[in-house]
Design a protein around this ligand. Structure first.
Ligand code: PA5
Length: 467
C-alpha cells in the first residue's frame, strides 16, 4: 500500500512563498477536478491504453505461459531494448530482487540471471556477451521494441542473431523472444520469418507507459516475480484513483502539488529521492515518464508554443545527503523533493554494541539500520523544511509486487493528470523522434539523405573551438 504525505509542501511548514496556501489549493481545484473528470471519461473507454493493462484479459496468461516454457531451460535472460522498453524491467528487477541477484548460484536463484542492455556502449555489450559465452545455449534474448526500428535495439539484435546463428545453427530462433507490435513493423516481420516466440506491445500504449504490458511483465515473470500480485496492486490503485474527491485521491493531490510548484512557486526541478536502494531505479523510470511526457514545446492543440515541463531529477537517500543536499538546502529554492520511504524493508540488520564508551558511536548501538535510514530521511525532510524547501513523501508499507504495481499505476496517472493540467499532449515524443531520424541519417540509412544534408552545418567541426 502506498500513501502520500504532503504537509511539508504547504505554507504551514515552508511558508507562503514556497509552500501551498489555501488560496493556491482553492485555485487549483477546478483544474485538477476537470483533468480528473476528463481522464476518467477516457478510462471508461480503456484509454489512455495503459489504464487497461492492470486488468487486461489475456496479457498476464500469455506472459506466464511463455515464461513457464522458457524458465525450465534458461540460465540467463538478456533484455535488448531502450527507454520505455527497458526501464520498467530494470526498476522491477531492482525493487523485487536483492542487489546480489545475479551473483546467486543457478540452483538457489530460482530464475535466470537478468541483464538489461539499454545502451550500445561497445564495452557494455562486449563484456556482457563475453560473460555469457559459455552459457549461450541456455541464454534467452528478449528483444523489445514497439517500433521495431530503434537503432540501438536493432544493432544489438543483429549482433545477437548472428552470434546465435553461429553457435546454434538452425535452432537459433528458439533462444529469442520478440516483444513488438502484434501486427506490423520491421521486428514483427523478422520475428515471423525467423519463427521467434512473440509477445505484443499494445498499439495504444507508448513505451514509457508499457511497464505493465508484456514489455515489463515477461522479464519479471522469468525471474520469478509474482506478476499477478503486481497487477493486483495496479488494479487496487486504479480503483483508488477513480475517486473524484480530489483531496482524497493521491494522484490528484500529487499532480496538483507538482503543477502548482512548477507554475506558481518557482520550482521547475522535481527530485525523486528514494530512501531505499531497492527503489532507486523507480526514480530512473520516473525520470523518463515525467520528462518525455511533460517536456513539450506545443500546447495540446498545436497552436501555441508553451515550452513547458518540470525537470525530473533522481537522488538516493542517504547517499546523496553527502552529495546533493547542500545544494538542495542552500542553492536556488527551485526544487520540489518527492521522497520514497519504506515502512518495512525486505531485510534488516542490527548494529552491534561494539563501543559502549565511545560517544561518537555508542548512540548507534543495538539500533536497526532501518531505524537509522528512517531517521536520516526525517532529518533531511526537517532540514529542507527549515530552509523553506518543500517536499512530499510517498510511503510504501513494504517493497512487494503489490506496492510496485501500485507505484507504476499511480505515477502513470499522475503524469496523465499533470499533462492535462499543463495543456500538452502527454503521449507523444516529437523531440525524441528527431534524434532517432538524425541517427538514421548519420548511419547512412536510405531515405534520410536530405536529413543528413540539413545536419551538416551544425555538425561540421570547427577547429577554432577546440581547446
Ligand atoms: O517511451 C517511449 O516512447 C520511448 O522511450 C521508447 O520506449 C524508446 O524510444 C524505444 O522505442 P521502441 O520500443 O520503439 O524501440
Amino acid at each position: 500500500m502506498i500513501n502520500l504525505y504532503w504537509k511539508n509542501a504547504t505554507e504551514k511548514v515552508v511558508g507562503p512563498e514556497h509552500g501551498l496556501t489555501s488560496e493556491d489549493l482553492a485555485g487549483v481545484a477546478p483544474s485538477v477536478e476537470a483533468a480528473h473528470a476528463a481522464l476518467m471519461d477516457q478510462v471508461r473507454h480503456g484509454q489512455p491504453g495503459y489504464t487497461a493493462l492492470p486488468d487486461h484479459p489475456s496479457y498476464p496468461s500469455q506472459v506466464k505461459q511463455l515464461a513457464a516454457r522458457f524458465r525450465e531451460n534458461t540460465t540467463d535472460l538478456v533484455v535488448l531494448g531502450i527507454g520505455g522498453s527497458a526501464l520498467g524491467a530494470i526498476a522491477i528487477q531492482n525493487a523485487l530482487h536483492p542487489a546480489t541477484y545475479n551473483l546467486i548460484s543457478d540452483k538457489k536463484r530460482g530464475g535466470p540471471r537478468l541483464f538489461v542492455l539499454d545502451n550500445v556502449d561497445p564495452a557494455l555489450i562486449a563484456d556482457t556477451f563475453k560473460c555469457l559465452r559459455r552459457r549461450l545455449e541456455t541464454t534467452l534474448f528478449n528483444v523489445i521494441s514497439k517500433s521495431g526500428e530503434t537503432a540501438e535495439t536493432a544493432a544489438q539484435f543483429m549482433i545477437v542473431r548472428e552470434m546465435l546463428r553461429e553457435r546454434l545453427g538452425d535452432k537459433f530462433a528458439s533462444r529469442i523472444v520478440a516483444t513488438t507490435d502484434a501486427e506490423k513493423g520491421t521486428l514483427h516481420e523478422i520475428a515471423r520469418q525467423d519463427g521467434y516466440a512473440t509477445l505484443p506491445v499494445p498499439g495504444d500504449v507508448g513505451g514509457r507507459f508499457s511497464v505493465l504490458s508484456p514489455v515489463g511483465l515477461f522479464p519479471a515473470a522469468m525471474t520469478g516475480v509474482d506478476i499477478d500480485a503486481m497487477l493486483a496492486g495496479a488494479v487496487a490503485m486504479k480503483q483508488r484513483l477513480a475517486n473524484p474527491k480530489w483531496r482524497e485521491n493521491p494522484a490528484c493531490v500529487l499532480a496538483a502539488v507538482k503543477v502548482l510548484m512548477f507554475n506558481r512557486k518557482g520550482k521547475p526541478l522535481h527530485v525523486m529521492m528514494p530512501y531505499s536502494n531497492r527503489l532507486y531505479m523507480l526514480a530512473d523510470w520516473y525520470r523518463q515518464i515525467w520528462a518525455e511526457s511533460l517536456g513539450k514545446r506545443l500546447s495540446v492543440d498545436g497552436q501555441r508554443e508553451v515550452f513547458t515541463g518540470p525537470t525530473p531529477i533522481k537522488a538516493l537517500g542517504t547517499t546523496d545527503q553527502h552529495s546533493q543536499v547542500q545544494l538542495y538546502r542552500e542553492g536556488p529554492n527551485d526544487k520540489l523533493v518527492v521522497f520514497l520511504e519504506v515502512d518495512k524493508h525486505p531485510a534488516d540488520v542490527r548494529i552491534p554494541d561494539s563501543f559502549a564508551d565511545v560517544d561518537g558511536m555508542a548512540y548507534l548501538a543495538k539500533s536497526k539500520l532501518s531505524k537509522l535510514l528512517a531517521a536520516e530521511k526525517s532529518a533531511t525532510e526537517y532540514a529542507l523544511a527549515v530552509s523553506k524547501r518543500p517536499s512530499v513523501t510517498l510511503r510504501f508499507n513494504g517493497i512487494t509486487p503489490q506496492s510496485i504495481g501500485e507505484f507504476f499505476y499511480l505515477y502513470e496517472f499522475v503524469t496523465s493528470l499533470a499533462g492535462e493540467m499543463l495543456g500538452i499532449n502527454t503521449y507523444d515524443q516529437p523531440a525524441v523522434e528527431l534524434g532517432k531520424q538524425a541517427t538514421f541519417a548519420l548511419m547512412g540509412r536510405k531515405g534520410y539523405e536530405e536529413q543528413a544534408k540539413e545536419m551538416k552545418p551544425i555538425l561540421r567541426e570547427d577547429k577554432n573551438y577546440l581547446a
